[in-house]
Write a protein that binds this ligand. Structure first.
Ligand code: ASP
Ligand code: MG
Length: 474
């Protein structure tokens, strides 16, 4: 039985004619080694934002930049078609299909402007157009490169609920439909080129899996077939020890465990969509992250525990990576009347949840006199309002003295599964921050002990990340 590989290409990897050339070569090479290859692609870089921005402008009645959007969508896709699809009949057919999708966007924006609003359902149709264009482009380019390929819309077989903009797949039906749709093509030696990011409800309404969701699409397809491996092709050499824009000596991690990468993805390192990991782990599928602009680099392999070189690891290497989420605020609810009163935290977090915000970090002092948690800065006003409303009686009775939020802060997270077995790692981390004059506003340690997070003032972001990164790369 031939082995199956799913490869996902991100927006920059398919973002220009030059980038697409590398992708074709990568697909050609993979086809030789693997036999059964499925490709999942994002929209060309910038396209999803362009589509959503023009719909948002339209919902405020602004259509003046629509023709600019129209020509830039056309220019981007047609330039790649002109460069990489030499056969004129195939090229013209491709352009006609892309033009149809561009006109769909124009009509949607005009309709949105008339209605004065864009529903989540309409926005998913808008957002889906980027991938629907890129699969057609990539399939034509791959075929022009001598590999049989077919463009497919995942709305045919990834079946989701109706939570537009963040839809959840129904795994049972998706597995069955994906196999039924893809296996015959794979049996015929054709490379299916599938839209990332999108699915459809059982009734056939287009949905999206959330921004950056193409990785998740690849994982779902890998899970469904099942594939032997899923490779995520992006524009960096795998998972880095930190953001190289902050610390130029950042290095690629040859291996990282699923637990560790889950923490990283959650804490702002934009390596993988967080939902990608679970289906792949459950099916025991190998996952790899690699760089289309440097395909011979081995990238990063995901492993079950990340310790294949366990005992050889130097103690200071227990810290694998440092990451930062900026633009957060710390909200504190404080008051002596909270002592021993059950349910305060529950009410606080359900008030936060009612605003649709998820909370990345929570701490509570054992005195029970304050609860403190982080939230994205732009959600602070609505969250403070919601909290003041639920606790209005406690505030009147002065059981709660104050509900307030800080200015912008950053959550800095240190990730490494080895921390579980190493006393003193957190001590080392604190001393390093202290030695660099970084004041810590709050601390949280994940119960998995795979990460420790600190909240620091936003002005200390770079110093905190750089100095902690020195504990990894010396
Ligand atoms: N194109 C979608 C986005 O920009 C999905 C993806 O790129 O993964 O969010
Ligand atoms: Mg992405």
């Amino acid at each position: 039985m031939k082995k199956t590989l799913v490869m996902k290409f991100g927006g920059t990897s398919v973002g220009s004619a030059d980038a697409l050339k590398n992708v074709v070569q990568i697909i050609r090479d993979a086809k030789k080694d693997w036999g059964r290859v499925v490709v999942v692609t994002s929209a060309m870089s910038g396209v999803t934002n362009l589509l959503l921005d023009s719909a948002a402008a339209a919902s405020q009645g602004k259509l003046d930049s629509l023709s600019e959007t129209e020509s830039s969508l056309r220019a981007k896709h047609f330039a790649a078609a002109d460069a990489l699809v030499p056969d004129s009949a195939r090229r013209e057919a491709l352009k006609a299909e892309i033009e149809k999708l561009i006109q769909t966007q124009m009509n949607l924006c005009k309709a949105v402007a008339v209605l004065g609003e864009a529903s989540p359902r309409a926005l998913d149709v808008v957002a889906s157009l980027g991938e629907r264009m890129s699969v057609r482009l990539l399939a034509a380019v791959v075929e022009s490169g001598g590999v049989r390929a077919e463009a497919l819309e995942a709305s045919e077989f990834i079946v989701t609920d109706g939570e537009f903009q963040n839809a959840h797949p129904d795994l049972g039906i998706t597995v069955e439909k994906t196999r039924r749709r893809l296996n015959p093509l794979l049996d015929e030696n054709v490379v299916p080129i599938v839209t990332g990011f999108i699915g459809a409800t059982a009734e056939g309404q287009v949905t999206t899996l959330g921004r950056g969701g193409s990785d998740y699409s690849a994982a779902l397809i890998g899970f469904a077939l099942p594939a032997n491996e899923v490779w995520i092709w992006t524009d960096v050499n795998g998972v880095m020890t930190t953001d190289p824009r902050i610390a130029p000596n950042a290095q690629t991690l040859p291996e990282i465990s699923y637990n560790e990468i889950a923490e990283l993805a959650y804490y702002g390192a934009k390596v993988l969509h967080p939902k990608t990991i679970r289906p792949v782990v459950e099916a025991g599928i190998g996952l790899r992250i690699c760089n289309t602009f440097n395909p011979s680099h081995p990238g990063t392999r995901l492993t079950a525990n990340g310790h294949s070189n366990g005992s050889k690891e130097k103690p200071e290497k227990v810290i694998k990576a440092v990451t930062a989420i900026r633009c957060q605020r710390l909200v504190t609810i404080e008051g002596r009347g909270m002592l021993g009163v059950p349910g305060v935290a529950a009410r606080a977090f359900s008030a936060v949840a009612s605003t649709g915000t998820s909370v990345p970090l929570i701490t509570q002092a054992s005195s029970e006199q304050s609860i403190c948690f982080a939230i994205p800065a732009d959600t602070a006003p609505s969250i403070l309002r919601a909290l003041e409303k639920v606790f209005k009686h406690e505030i009147v009775r002065q059981d709660i003295d104050r509900i307030w939020s800080t200015e912008d802060v950053t959550i800095v997270t240190v990730v490494g599964a080895g921390m579980r077995h190493m006393a003193g790692v957190s001590g080392k981390v604190f001393s390093q921050l202290g030695a660099n004059d970084v004041n810590i506003l709050a601390i949280a340690q994940g119960s998995s002990e795979v990460s420790i997070s600190f909240v620091v003032d936003h002005v200390n972001t770079e110093t905190a990340v750089k100095s902690l990164h020195e504990l990894i790369v010396r």
